[in-house]
Design a protein around this ligand. Structure first.
Ligand code: NAP
Length: 327
């Protein structure tokens, strides 16, 4: 006889999201003997699962692969006692205590602390053709889709670290890579800038924005043929041939679930107290890219996950001492 899965469960610390912030929060909370639960969501491991070489996470002399690094964090969290749930939060209610969190699989969690670590999602250009050709030549993940462009001409849109890294990564497959950037200088780090400028397969279209993604549709077959670019200085339009387009223009915080529940800024980033991960709701903390528009690094997200777990432990300990003093 199989035991039915209970539809209501409790957690001392419930962590929503499984990137570096979520796993680090889990490791610290588990080591504080709080039996944390992580709702891993649709993309366990977060943005690093779609990153190739990671060279700047301390502790590794040689570059490591993003997916491998996240597997290690997940395994470490499980090893110290975290319950990892392959489930996605679908509704939260922070007006009740314990907090109520419902999931896609129909479980209702009652949690004494919630740590929000839902990260950020790729931003799109919102130009004609982009949506139509997504998955048919338009992508936001070179690591995932670069392989399909062996020997082809591709474009990368953006001028930050992500765009520069994606362009360099794509040179492993593509015949040529054209970086399309709306200004005349990159936002990304100098070291990447130099690698890009010195790479024989990469060229740059400065002062250019995408006006339209061009392509053909024949029955169920769709393929990208190029980009219509607009010169930001002269306003002139020109067509550039390309077999694939990688959009790397930044991210938006994944906070739709929390609207009306915690304070956010006008772009949706969760607001926290200075030098803290505490939100405006006592017992709800936020860590990583979901609250950080400035640094957005795996290592800073991990650091904030640690802070959130320590603050969560302090919050629970204070409540416990208050309630035992009241007896
Ligand atoms: P980002 O730094 O915000 O850069 C976004 C780029 O896209 C900018 O160059 C921006 O142009 C351009 N852009 C934005 N909206 C656009 C639009 N609608 N049309 C055309 N271009 C547009 O984002 P990111 O590169 O994803 O990086 C995010 C954070 O992660 C950064 O802090 C970055 O340092 C970090 N990161 C680090 C690494 C690493 O250290 N290895 C790797 C990847 C990312 P403007 O420059 O004109 O604003």
């Amino acid at each position: 006889m199989t035991t039915p899965i209970p539809t209501t469960q409790t957690a001392q610390i419930l962590i929503i999201g499984a990137g570096p912030a979520g796993y680090t929060a889990a490791i610290y909370a588990a080591r504080a003997n709080r039996q944390p639960v992580v709702l891993q969501g649709m993309q366990p491991g977060g943005q690093l699962t779609i990153t190739s070489d990671v060279e700047n996470f301390p502790g590794f002399a040689e570059p490591v692969q993003g997916p491998w690094l996240m597997e290690q964090m997940s395994a470490q969290a499980a090893h110290v006692g975290t319950k990892l749930e392959a489930d996605t939060a679908s509704r939260v209610d922070f007006n009740q205590y314990p907090f109520v969190i419902e999931t896609d699989s129909g479980v209702t969690w009652h949690a004494h602390v919630v740590i929000i670590c839902t990260g950020a999602q790729a931003r799109w250009l919102n130009v004609a053709g982009e949506q139509e050709f997504r998955g048919y030549g338009v992508s936001a993940c070179a690591t995932c889709d670069g392989f399909f462009f062996r020997g082809k001409d591709v474009a990368v849109v953006g001028g930050g670290n992500s765009a520069l890294e994606e362009a360099l990564f794509l040179t492993n497959f593509a015949k040529t890579v054209t970086l399309v950037h709306r200004r005349d200088s990159f936002r990304g780090e100098k070291v990447l800038h130099q690698r890009v400028m010195n790479h024989p397969k990469i060229r740059v279209r400065w002062n250019s924005v995408v006006d339209e993604v061009l392509g053909t549709i024949q029955g169920s077959l769709r393929s990208v043929t190029g980009l219509r670019l607009k010169d930001t200085v002269t306003g002139a339009l020109s067509d550039m041939p390309a077999d694939g387009v990688f959009v790397a223009i930044g991210h938006d915080p994944a906070t739709a679930l929390f609207h009306g529940q915690v304070q956010t800024d006008k772009e949706g980033y969760i607001l926290t107290k200075p030098d803290s991960t505490a939100t405006n709701i006592p017992g709800v903390f936020a860590a990583g890219d979901v609250k950080d528009r400035v640094f957005r690094q795996a290592v800073t997200a991990a650091g904030m996950g640690c802070m959130a777990a320590l603050e969560a432990e302090h919050f629970l300990a204070m409540r416990e001492s208050d309630s035992s003093a009241a007896v």
